[in-house]
Design a protein around this ligand. Structure first.
Ligand code: ZN
Length: 320
């Protein structure tokens, strides 16, 4: 029960997606080895976590100062065969395809400039349930490649794939602003776009040996400005489809340190989810502080697969 490896195996079989939610429901807690996302004490609503949440905080919570990336370190890996459209000279072609008329908001976690704006991003914003930092720097690989560059690169690849399917895609930030946006604004951008689906892209900063991806689903929150009750079910469906496609396309296993082997975690402490009124999930694509995961995360070829996995899950969700 502690490590339901069958979950990962089942998920590798195309068509096993319908079983995903069942696994998510029955899987037990992991061994509590203390990843970065475990710190928000009391926030877990999926499996009962082990105590001991003094580690670094969650992804749109405070992350360790030591994780602040060096701005001079460039990406260590070779360029991908399918480069991201980082600079776009022209708008996307007129939307045709199965996702014509659908709006997807992609939220690349953090911002490459955040570390230069500590006072601005440390400002507290109301996330409905409580006040928390506007934004965080994110983590980095041990070699210094920042999460904020990873998230933007994957976001560009995902945007291209979704636009090819006819979707209208909006990014919450595209390294086009000095810092942020704050987590409340990240949610608001999806809401105001009336997104049919929203996804916030991250990579984790947990201990070495902690590996794999997980998708974070919004738990039911009704407090202050936060009211997720209407999005819990569709977000879970979105997340289950993204997780299933991510396993299938990347071959990566679900997290071995949160989610009890399901690759799914429900949280109620993330402002970017609590303030969303549209179906939304976070994905932590891997652990930047684990050497094996970092080798994947820094590979353009792998990031293309990651984006493809997310895209297939989103397309599946939007097509119903
Ligand atoms: Zn992050």
């Amino acid at each position: 029960m502690r490590r339901p490896l069958t979950v990962a195996i089942a998920a590798l079989v195309p068509g096993a997606l319908l079983g995903w939610g069942v696994y998510a429901a029955v899987a037990g807690p992991d061994d509590g080895s203390g990843g970065a996302d475990r710190a928000a004490g009391g926030a877990w609503t999926s499996a009962a976590p082990s105590p001991g949440g003094s580690a670094s905080a969650s992804d749109d919570a405070k992350e360790p100062a030591s994780a602040s990336p060096s701005p001079t370190v460039e990406e260590p890996s070779a360029p991908a065969s399918a480069p991201a459209s980082a600079s776009r000279s022209a708008p996307a072609a007129p939307a045709t395809g199965p996702l014509k008329g659908k709006v997807v908001v992609i939220d690349p976690g953090h911002n490459p400039g955040n570390f230069r704006h500590a006072s601005e991003i440390n400002r507290k914003v109301n996330v409905g349930t409580h006040w928390k930092e506007c934004d965080t720097t994110g983590t980095a690989t041990d070699a210094g490649w920042p999460e904020a560059k990873f998230t933007l690169d994957v976001a560009h690849r995902l945007r291209t794939l979704l636009e090819e399917q006819g979707a209208t895609v909006k990014l919450t930030q595209d390294d086009d602003r000095p810092y942020g946006p704050c987590v409340d604004e990240r949610a608001r951008i999806g809401n105001e776009a009336k997104a049919d689906a929203a996804i916030s892209i991250h990579a984790d900063g947990s201990g070495a040996g902690n590996r794999g991806f997980h998708v974070i689903l919004p738990g039911a929150v009704h407090d202050g400005e936060a009211d997720t009750r209407a999005i819990v079910a569709p977000s879970a469906e979105l997340g289950e489809r993204v997780a299933g496609s991510f396993v299938r396309v990347t071959g990566s296993a679900p997290s071995n340190y949160v989610g009890g082997g399901t690759g799914l975690v429900t949280r109620t402490d993330l402002g970017g989810l609590n303030l969303s009124t549209v179906p939304k999930v976070f994905i932590e694509c891997g652990n930047m502080r684990d050497g094996t995961d970092a080798a994947l995360l820094t590979s353009g070829e792998w990031r293309q697969k990651a984006a493809q996995g997310m895209s297939e899950g989103i397309v599946s969700f939007l097509r119903g």
